[in-house]
Design a protein around this ligand. Structure first.
Ligand code: C2O
Length: 536
């Protein structure tokens, strides 16, 4: 039976502050956040679903988890605690490099704070996993309490599981949540919509359910002759916002701010409003833009964040549906259908209101990306190895797998130019830990097959004369994505030039932690969170 849309109210996730105010001064307040197996109602007419949820307690655990609020400059300390029983609720894959505890002592998990510029011991390295009560820990595990410095610019981050080989199932089971770093000095003068009512996080993902309510993930491979279980991407047929399938929200005729996080494993969204309402972008991923950018649609890859103001006083109708029109896989897969072409519904009150919020002409200015300062140029090519009948099997970077030794060793405080060459058929959202980057440009390759054939042989873009192939047409980088990002969409058949900065974007201060104290940070494609390679 089909689930009726727009019957559940949009929930707000509980907020947890990592600070307290003592005599007018901010102080750190250490937190304990657990991972619990519990039941979650995704829809009025769907039986409760077994999930893994983050929360201050089992009772308070939610899908997504609580929104952690931090203050810039005030350290946050979180004891992430695993309370999960041993049998996974989803079919994980024992044939890939994966975190498997030696005995039956729980499910490996580790928390990554996506967008954080922080110490490696608290980055959620894929091999720093731990099980229930820390009974088993991964080879690079070092500490029980994570330390987030929050010294970076204010903005939107999110936390999610990052355990080796289990990330996709742990995320699907529910292990995600939002994290906001606030900075009054920078943000108060902007007078953007604020407070619980007008400033909301929308965490969007797709899931499929069985009629008994449990999460459905196919256990059969797309092509069993390659692997009995492999499906490179997960697509669900219900769209979930803040833990409810196709919810609705009643809004007043005035401005709201929505921090929209795509927490899907593989689904891209191309959001638009059914009644033509516009999005005013104020930030992208974790960083404010210099100037607001108005668009009719938002293309959001897995793990990207769009931070927008929507002014409902401009609405010509009393309701608006937030729609989606991104093919899946993006861009060459199936077109959207009735199940996934709608996200949620806004019911707009009739009475016009006087609005005290603004969207200023200039937001926050960070130093420009200076290409001449780049200390190194790297070429990073992604291509698939295929079987004789052209079925993709393994996706590597420059011919190397995740298990091979660290390849990129940038120095703290420097910037580098990375040319990322996507020779696959899919768009890959590239995410880099520890550094933010600016997208300089994106250029289509000419004679891509010839270049790919060379790469398959030599694994070296320079030897394969990349300059002779990177000569096609330029693909426009949208204005709202020209600021500092931590994820960007690598268009198939193109080379994307980015300037990566391994330093804070707002100051020249060095990191207060040793970025080399652990086996490195990763950069990877965020589709089903396949880990590709490490950087140090
Ligand atoms: Cu959103 Cu390496 O992660």
């Amino acid at each position: 039976s089909k689930l009726e849309k727009f019957v559940d109210e949009l929930p707000d996730m509980p907020k947890i502050q990592s600070f307290e105010v003592v005599n007018g001064v901010y102080k750190s307040k250490p937190l304990k956040i657990g991972m619990y197996k519990k039941q979650w109602k995704f829809h009025r007419d769907l039986p409760p679903t077994p999930v893994y949820a983050y929360g201050a307690s089992k009772r308070n655990a939610t899908i997504p988890g609580p929104t952690i609020e931090a203050i810039r400059g005030i350290d946050a300390f979180v004891k992430w605690q695993n309370h999960l029983p041993s049998n996974h609720i989803l079919p994980w894959d024992p044939t890939i490099p994966t975190a498997i505890p030696r005995t039956n002592k729980g499910i490996p998990t580790v928390v990554h704070l996506h967008g954080s510029i922080g110490e490696p011991e608290s980055d959620g390295h894929a091999q720093s996993w731990f099980t229930r009560g820390f009974q088993e820990v991964g080879p690079t595990w070092t500490k029980k309490e994570y330390h987030y410095y929050n010294l970076q610019h204010p903005g939107n981050l999110w936390y999610h599981d990052h355990a080796m080989g289990l990330t996709r199932v742990n995320l699907l089971a529910g292990l995600t949540g939002a994290y906001i770093i606030r900075d009054r000095e920078v943000e108060a003068p902007l007078r953007l919509p604020s407070g619980d009512e007008f400033d909301r996080t929308l965490m969007v993902f797709d899931r499929s359910f069985r009629t008994n309510g449990s999460i459905y993930m196919s256990f059969t491979g797309n092509n069993p002759s390659i692997h009995p279980q492999w499906q490179p991407e997960y697509f669900g047929d219900a769209i979930i916002v803040n833990g409810k399938a196709w919810p609705r929200l009643t809004v007043r005729r005035r401005k709201y701010r929505f921090r929209i996080i795509n927490a899907s494993n593989a689904r891209f969204f191309k959001f638009f409003f059914s009644n033509g309402l516009k999005f005013i972008h104020v930030a992208a991923d974790s960083a404010y833009l210099e100037k607001p950018v108005i668009t009719d649609e938002i293309l959001l890859a897995p793990s990207e964040i769009a931070d927008v103001v929507v002014d409902f006083s401009n609405s010509k109708s009393d309701s608006a549906i937030l729609g989606n029109q991104a093919a899946y896989p993006y861009p060459t897969g199936d077109p959207v259908n009735e199940a996934n072409d709608k996200v949620m519904k806004f019911i707009i009150k009739k009475k016009p209101e006087h609005d005290t919020w603004r969207v200023p002409k200039t937001l926050v200015k960070y130093p420009h990306a200076d290409l001449s300062c780049a200390s190194k140029t790297r070429y990073i090519a992604m291509y698939e190895y295929t079987t004789s009948d052209d079925e993709p099997t393994h996706l590597y970077i420059n011919g190397k797998s995740y298990d091979e030794p660290v390849t990129e060793t940038p120095k703290v405080g420097t910037s580098e130019i990375w040319n990322v060459i996507n020779l696959t058929d899919d768009n890959h959202p590239l995410h880099i830990h520890l550094g933010l980057f600016k997208v300089i440009d994106q250029t289509e390759l000419v004679k891509e097959e010839e270049f790919t054939a060379c790469m398959m042989k030599l694994n070296d873009a320079i030897k394969c004369k990349i300059d002779q192939y990177a000569r096609g047409k330029k693909i426009e980088v949208p204005a709202h994505e020209k600021g500092w990002k931590n994820v960007y969409k690598m268009t198939p058949g193109s080379v994307t030039m980015i300037l990566v900065r391994f330093a804070y974007i707002h100051s020249n201060e060095s990191y207060p932690f040793d970025a080399t104290a652990q086996p490195g940070f990763v950069y990877h494609c965020h589709v089903s969170a396949v880990f590709l390679e490490q950087i140090l």
